[in-house]
Design a protein around this ligand. Sequence first.
Ligand SMILES: O=C(O)c1cccc(C(=O)CC[C@H]2O[C@@H](n3cnc4c(=O)[nH]cnc43)[C@H](O)[C@@H]2O)c1
Length: 265
Amino acid sequence: MRVLIVTAVPAERDAVVRGIGATAPEVAELPVPGGMIHRLSPVPPAGPPLTVDVLAAGVGPAAAAAGTAAALTAAAVARTPYDLAVSAGIGGGFTTARPSPTARPTAERPAPARLGSIVVADAIVAADLGAETPDGFTAVTDLGFGTVEHLPPAPLVAAVAEATDAVRGTVLTVSTVTGSAERAAELLRRHPRAAAEAMEGFGVAEAAAAQSVPALEVRAISNAVGPRDRAAWRIGEALEALTSTFGTIAPLLGTWTLDPEGTRQ
Ligand SMILES: O=C(O)c1cccc(C(=O)CC[C@H]2O[C@@H](n3cnc4c(=O)[nH]cnc43)[C@H](O)[C@@H]2O)c1
C-alpha cells in the first residue's frame, strides 16, 4: 500500500513527517519533478507493508494539482503507483453552527470546527470554480462542464474521524481566503455542510481522480473562517494537532481496504 500526502508548505510537511516519524523513522528523501518527497514506512496493524510519501507542493489548488500529478505520474511510470492521495495541512474552520444568526439550525450542519481541532473531509468541494452571474454564483457544473466535488472513500473517512475525534464535513477549496462575515455566510448558505476551508484539497483530489486514485483531506484548524484577525490565528497549535493526528492515523491509511480477516477487499 502506497500513500502520497501533499501539504502546501514545508512547515506542514514537517509536522506530518514528525507525527508519522514517531513510530516510523524517515527512510529517504526522493526527488520528484518540482519537489522532494520524504518517505516513511509505518508498520500497519494488518495487511501488506505501507509506504507513506510526504510532499510540500505549494499554496493553492493549482500548485497542489501540479505537485500531486507529478508525484503520481512518476510513481505510475516506475510501476509503483499510489493507492491513496491525501491533502493535509492547516485550514480555516466554520466555527458557527448555522449560516447566519437568523438562519434555523439544521441537522445537516456538522459540529463547529474549533481552533486546534481536526476536520476530515467527507466531500472535497471547489467553492469558487464557476461564474458570477446576475443571479449570483454559478458552479462550472451548472455551466455544463467539469466537476466541483470529489468524495473520499467513506470507510476511510469514518476510520480516520473516529481515531482522531475529528469533525466530519465538507472541506471547501478556495483560491481566495475568506476575509469577511458576509463571505463566510454566503459560503455556508451554498454549502450548509461546510466544516472547513483551505486552498489545496480540490487540486489534490482532481489530480488523483485523473489517475483513478482515491483522495482524502485532513485539516487542522488554525483560524476561524470570517473577518481577518491575524492575532487570533493558532498556527503552532494547528501544526501540533496535525503531528498528533498523523501519528495516530498513519497505520490506518494502509488498512481501510482490508476486510476483517486482514486481506485486501
Ligand atoms: O491573510 C489572511 O487573512 C489569511 C488568513 C488565513 C490564511 C491565510 C494564508 O495565507 C494561509 C494559506 C494556507 O493555509 C491554509 N489556510 C489556513 N487557513 C485558511 C483559511 O481560513 N482559508 C483558506 N485557507 C487557509 C491554506 O490551505 C493555505 O495553504 C491568510
